[in-house]
Design a protein around this ligand. Structure first.
Ligand code: SAM
Length: 283
C-alpha cells in the first residue's frame, strides 16, 4: 500500500472530530454537533492527502501552529455550506420591494440623505446580494438616479467571495430569474455564462467578515440586514449574541430578514415580529 492510499483509508477518530469541531465552533460559531463526523472527514480528506498529513490530529495541529491563518481559511472554505441561489425565498424580495423599501424611501431622515444601505450578512457566492441590489433598483424606479443604493455583502469564505466578486454565473444559476429581470441586469459573456451588469455590480461591495467578531467595523448603520440561512448553523447563545449585534448596527425601526426556516421568537428584546422571518428593530 503506498502512502497516499494509506492516508485516503484514514477516517477521523471521535477525538479528532471533537478537536476539529470545537475549533470550528470557537472561531466561526458553526455548531457541527455530533452527527457530522463522516461529512467533516469527507470534506477534509483531500486536504490531508494533498498536504501529506498523516492523520487528522496532525492536520489539526498544523492549523493551530499556522500563524498566517491560511490553513484556517482553507478549513472554513471546506466546512462551510455555501448553498444559495438567485431570488431564493422570493416572498422576501417581493415584500422588500413592495412594502419595506417604499416605506423607507419616504422616511424623512432617509429621504433627506437619498441614501439606503442593506447588509447581506453571509452572502456566500453573491446571488442574494445581487438580487438585493436589483430589487433596490426596481423599487426606486424612475428616481433611481437620485438615490445612493448600496449593498454590503460579507462572508467568511474567501472561496465563495471570489465567485461573488466575479459576478459571473452559469446558465442554470440564472434560469429561474424572471426573464425581464435577467435581461435587464445580466449580460451574456463570450463563453455563454451570465455576468451581472456594471450598474448592479458597482453597488455591491464584497468583504470578508467573521460574524463572530465581538464588534462590527461599520461607520454607518444599515436600513436593513439580510442574514438568511446562516444562523441555522449556530447554537442559541451564538444566535442571540449575533442578533444583539445586528440590532446595534441597524437604524431604529430598520428591518432584519432571516431564513424562512429560522425564527427569533415573538418576544425578542430587540425586534418586533412583522411576518414570517421578517423583524423590525424596536424604536
Ligand atoms: C447557506 S449559505 C447562505 C447564503 C445566503 N444568505 C442564502 O440564504 O442563500 C451560509 C453562509 O454563511 C457563511 N458563514 C457561516 N459562518 C459564518 C461566520 N462565522 N461569519 C460569516 N459568514 C459565515 C458561510 O460561509 C456561507 O456562505
Amino acid at each position: 500500500m503506498n502512502e497516499l492510499t494509506a492516508i485516503s483509508d484514514l477516517s477521523i477518530s471521535s477525538r479528532e472530530y471533537e478537536l476539529i469541531s470545537r475549533l470550528v465552533y470557537d472561531r466561526f460559531g458553526i455548531n457541527l454537533g455530533s452527527k457530522k463526523q463522516s461529512l467533516v472527514s469527507n470534506r477534509l480528506r483531500k486536504v490531508l492527502i494533498e498536504n501529506k498529513f498523516s492523520s487528522f490530529k496532525a492536520y489539526y495541529e498544523h492549523i493551530l501552529n499556522d500563524k498566517s491563518g491560511a490553513s484556517l481559511d482553507i478549513l472554513i472554505n471546506k466546512i462551510s455550506t455555501n448553498l444559495t441561489y438567485f431570488a431564493r425565498e422570493q416572498e422576501h424580495f417581493n415584500y422588500l420591494k413592495d412594502t419595506v423599501l417604499p416605506e423607507l424611501f419616504y422616511r424623512p431622515e432617509i429621504a433627506r440623505d437619498n441614501s439606503l444601505r442593506i447588509w447581506c450578512a453571509g452572502c456566500s457566492t453573491g446571488e442574494e446580494a445581487y438580487t438585493l441590489s436589483m430589487v433596490m433598483h426596481e423599487a426606486a424606479g424612475g428616481s433611481r438616479s437620485k438615490w445612493k443604493l448600496d449593498v454590503l455583502a460579507t462572508d467568511i469564505s474567501a472561496r465563495a467571495l471570489k465567485i461573488a466578486e466575479s459576478g459571473i454565473y452559469k446558465d442554470e444559476n440564472v434560469e429561474k430569474m424572471q426573464t425581464n429581470i435577467k435581461h435587464k441586469y445580466f449580460q451574456k459573456t463570450d463563453t455563454g455564462d451570465w455576468i451581472v451588469t456594471n450598474e448592479v455590480r458597482n453597488k455591491v461591495l464584497f468583504r470578508r467578515l467573521n460574524l463572530m467578531r465581538s464588534q462590527f467595523p461599520f461607520k454607518k448603520k444599515f436600513h436593513s440586514i439580510f442574514c438568511r440561512n446562516v444562523m441555522i448553523y449556530f447554537d442559541t447563545p451564538t444566535r442571540e449574541e449575533l442578533v444583539k449585534k445586528f440590532s446595534a448596527n441597524l437604524i431604529d425601526e430598520g428591518y432584519l430578514f432571516i431564513g424562512h426556516s429560522e425564527s427569533l421568537g415573538r418576544a425578542n428584546p430587540y425586534f418586533d415580529y412583522i411576518r414570517p422571518a421578517v423583524y423590525r428593530k424596536k424604536a
